[in-house]
Design a protein around this ligand. Structure first.
Ligand SMILES: Nc1nc2c(ncn2[C@@H]2O[C@H](COP(=O)(O)OP(=O)(O)OP(=O)(O)O)[C@@H](O)[C@H]2O)c(=O)[nH]1
Ligand SMILES: [Mg+2]
Length: 426
């Protein structure tokens, strides 16, 4: 062999070695990429997507530092101001009078001096708000909040004015979970979970749910492992904020159907979070609304009228399994528990019994969505579009860390098993 040939041979071996190494690294990177669980949180505005993302930060990352908590103070005070102004505005429209006429002055102060966004809230603001919040007329208007657009955290923060007004106020994790801020950019959080000794990375994407924000969703579809579709169960009788003609449950039904039938997501499973069950219980138990009244407002010509009517007709034949699943989910929710004093003088947390109407409503909502998810759809070539994905549902209360921790445990085990299977580990 000539020296030239020998060198060529050595060169090839070096090239081969390098190729082998690159291919090994690519395989490793591919395996790592494949092992990432990418969760996309979808759902219409105010359904609770960001609240669930906050819970993931609390449960799987280090929660909120003092600095991060402090950054929420202004938002919380803004939530407080928005809440009282919305209620006062609605009182005028719904013609609800203040019980104490002397509070007219407080109402006028807020409606004239506090309409501008501000970073400073004087003592007068808190005094007037506090006085108004104890007025029976204001409370009456609050109870009719399904007739106008009030943020969900209104009562939570109005009940805490005395704390929020303090100069040294530092929000708790509960306060942060209740704080409402609209999402208008794609947010991402990352964390790792160890399962079967394997470290599985999770990337979670939180997007905005307002109509204008939904066009951004599609850019995230090609990389999603699973979709966590969040649905607000408590606002079945409330209209969409940016369209006073459309009901929120109907809007969510349409968005869900669109996602379920989207061909880019044909192998992406959906985890349906039927959220805000605490508010659903509160609403139905107070007798302020019912599914029957919702049905009366849906025009018979509406695309979903037949589906809603079909589900309503089977309103009374709930299976034991459906009932148990809802009641068990509720029992995991600390937010709805009540503390009682036992005969022995000890404090005890109990889950108050909910009415049959609550259970029926929760099951009705679940059936509407699951009915869409079991319906088959054929592609042009005759294949079933849904053969490679499925939909599982969970009842949730996103502001309840214990509840979400339990639900996410279930979700995680489904997803990690799929991920490990994908990279051939199990
Ligand atoms: N009581 C109660 N409040 C909830 C629950 N889930 C969310 N909220 C509140 O509902 C409001 C809206 O929640 P977000 O998480 O901001 O909703 P979103 O889906 O991210 O909304 P967009 O960003 O506009 O799409 C916040 O004030 C939350 O604290 C729940 O299960 N129970
Ligand atoms: Mg959000």
């Amino acid at each position: 062999m000539s020296v030239k040939e020998l060198f060529r041979c050595i060169g090839r071996t070096e090239d081969e070695k390098r190729d082998k190494m690159i291919s090994k690294q690519l395989k490793k990177a591919d395996k790592r990429e494949k092992s990432i669980i990418k969760i996309l949180l979808l759902g219409i505005a105010e359904s609770g997507k960001s609240t669930i993302t906050k819970q993931m930060k609390i449960i799987h990352i280090n929660g909120y530092s003092e600095e991060e908590r402090r950054q929420n103070v202004l938002w919380i005070r803004k939530n407080l101001r928005d809440s009282i102004l919305t209620i006062l505005g609605a009182m005028k429209r719904l013609d609800i009078k203040l019980e104490d006429e002397k509070l007219e002055e407080s109402s006028n102060y807020l409606l004239t001096k506090c309409i501008e966004d501000s970073s400073e809230y004087p003592d007068e603001f808190y005094d007037h708000t506090s006085n108004l919040w104890s007025d029976k007329g204001v409370l009456k208007c609050y109870k009719r909040s399904a007739e106008y657009q009030l943020i969900d955290c209104a009562k939570y923060f109005l009940d805490k004015i005395h704390v929020i007004r303090r100069e040294d106020y530092l929000p708790t994790e509960q306060d942060i979970l209740h704080c409402r801020t609209l999402t208008n950019t794609i947010q991402k959080i990352e964390f790792t979970i160890t399962e079967n000794k394997f470290k599985i990375p999770f990337h979670v994407f939180d997007v905005g749910g307002q109509r204008g924000e939904r066009k951004k969703w599609i850019q995230m579809f090609d990389s999603a492992t699973a979709i966590l579709f969040v649905l607000d169960s408590s606002t079945f009788d409330v209209n969409v904020r940016d369209d006073f003609e459309s009901n929120r449950l109907l809007e969510a039904t349409g968005v869900f159907e669109h996602i379920w039938n989207c061909r880019f997501l044909k192998d992406v499973s959906i985890l349906l979070f039927i959220n805000k069950i605490d508010l659903l219980v509160e609403k139905i138990m107070s007798g302020s609304s019912s599914i029957e009244s919702l049905l009366k407002t849906v025009p018979t010509s509406h695309k979903y009228y037949p589906l809603y009517e079909k589900m309503y007709k089977s309103f009374n034949d709930i299976t034991d399994g459906e009932r148990k699943y809802f009641v068990d989910s509720l029992s995991m929710c600390k937010t709805t528990t009540k503390t009682i004093i036992t005969k022995k003088g000890k404090k005890q947390c109990i889950q108050p019994k909910v009415s049959e109407e609550v259970i029926k409503t929760a099951v009705f909502i679940k059936r509407v969505f699951m009915e869409i998810a079991v319906s088959s759809k054929k592609t042009k070539t005759g294949r079933d579009l849904h053969k490679d994905h499925d939909c599982q549902y969970f009842y949730t209360c996103a502001v309840d860390t214990k509840n979400i921790e339990k639900v996410l445990e279930g979700v995680r085990s489904i997803l990690t098993k799929n991920a490990l299977r994908k990279i051939c580990i199990i």
